[in-house]
Write a protein that binds this ligand. Structure first.
Ligand code: PLP
Length: 408
């Protein structure tokens, strides 16, 4: 398979890929859950603690200033990554889940009222279902769900039929974690705006595979997690348009998010600090910049093309296994292959592959309503990253043949 990327050298950037599992060299195909981290990110985390550690913003000593500068440099790097207009539109969160909860609570509580409609889709991760259900319960809003086809694509006609002047918010996943489907988010956003609704895009799976330009998309909010983008766990980003973030009340109260506190009244800090109460995950925010620099160094388009080639190779190879069915066959897909094997439980597949050193994910992938739509309890899922190879896919296919022999 041709690529301008030097995959062998990329693999050397990820120390964990040298691990052995059950006496076999590790094959890591659980990238949609979290990607592995390159040495540049690992070094940035330890380097921060070794040379810069201090609490940010409030200190006037050298280390505090150094830590603050690195923290804010990361914010500007993320602004650039998303092509946001202003760095104040970048809010650090604990991850995608945290970002969606922030919007549901801060925007939803302030601006949605009884009878207002919120649209999500059948293929949402629980993180983009439950926060809206909680809001609907509290505010008596109505949750509407866009259905999907058997291939795992949104039924856009149904979406259009759902839109009306009652629609106040649309929250849709950019790329499905369980199916790999890439949704037509630009069209979704444009149609929602025509009826005056605001739109959040759950970018958890998209940000590592697709170039995201929030100004071109014109989304109102965009949430993602750095740990799926070769960065650290426990940190994520919420982008929001300034006028909306300005109008929203704070989500959490505490240090950093205030201007002045008296027992009678508290005034709130400016953006982005208004939404960043308490000491943030400084080391990981700092290292996030290294993750983005690493990806930029390889080239997002080159990564996307290579992963797409892995998807085509994997799809063809896996379809050759008798009794294997791929769930999620959308025309536009990232490198995710969810599958079923006739007569074999997905959990057994996961356990037997693990014995061969191959890590995949099994279960409902936090998309229980979608599994119900397909009439299945779960799937096995292999998801690819830039360090994966066709040889590893061959090992997966051999592994699945073994599973079939043992249990099929
Ligand atoms: N949305 C999607 C599509 C995801 O795949 C995930 C994680 O798997 C999330 C949201 C939640 O991300 P996090 O657990 O990092 O908050």
């Amino acid at each position: 398979m041709h690529t301008d990327l030097n995959i062998e050298s990329i693999r050397n950037d990820f120390p964990i890929l040298n691990e052995e599992v059950n006496g076999k060299s590790l094959v890591y195909f659980d990238n949609a859950a979290t990607t592995q981290k390159p040495r540049a990110v690992l070094d940035a985390i330890s380097g921060y603690y070794e040379h810069s550690n201090a609490n940010i913003h409030r200190g006037i000593h050298h280390l505090a200033e150094k830590a603050t500068a690195s923290f804010e440099a990361s914010r500007r790097r993320i602004q650039e990554f998303l092509n946001a207009r202003e760095h104040e539109e970048i809010i650090f969160t604990y991850g995608t889940t945290d970002g969606i909860n922030l919007v549901a609570q801060a925007y939803g509580r302030a601006f949605l009222k009884e009878g207002d409609e919120i649209i999500i889709s059948t293929m949402e991760h629980h993180s983009n279902i439950v926060p809206w259900q909680m809001l609907c319960e509290e505010k008596s809003c109505v949750l509407k769900v866009v259905p999907i086809s058997d291939a795992g694509e949104l039924l856009m006609d149904e979406y259009e039929k759902m839109l009306s002047e009652r629609t106040k918010f649309v929250s849709i996943v950019h790329v499905s974690n369980a199916l790999g489907t890439i949704n037509p988010v630009a069209e979704i956003i444009e149609k929602a705006h025509k009826v005056g609704a605001k739109v959040l895009i759950d970018g958890a799976q998209a940000s590592s595979h697709i170039t995201v330009d929030v100004q071109a998309l014109d989304c109102d909010f965009y949430a993602f997690s750095l740990h799926k983008l070769y960065g650290p766990t426990g940190m994520g980003v919420l982008y929001g348009k300034r006028e909306l973030l300005d109008a929203m009340p704070p989500y959490r109260g505490g240090g950093e998010m205030i201007k002045e506190v008296t027992f009678e009244k508290t005034t709130y800090n400016e953006l982005p600090y208004k939404f960043e109460a308490g000491t943030p995950n400084i080391a990981d925010v700092v290292a996030a910049k290294n993750a983005l620099d690493y990806v930029a160094g390889l080239g997002k388009d080159a990564i996307g093309t290579y992963e797409h080639d892995l998807l085509l190779y994997g799809t063809e190879a896996m379809q050759s296994i008798e009794g294997l069915r791929i769930v999620g066959t959308a025309k536009e897909k990232i490198g995710v292959i969810s599958f079923l094997m006739e007569g074999i439980h997905h959990q057994d597949i996961g356990v037997l592959l693990d014995q061969q050193g191959i890590a995949i994910r099994t279960g409902h992938h936090c998309t229980q309503p979608m599994m119900r739509r397909f009439g299945i309890p779960g799937t096995s899922r292999a998801s690819f990253a830039v360090y994966n190879t066709t040889e590893e896919i061959d090992r997966l296919v051999q592994g699945l043949h073994k599973v079939k022999k043992m249990l099929g």
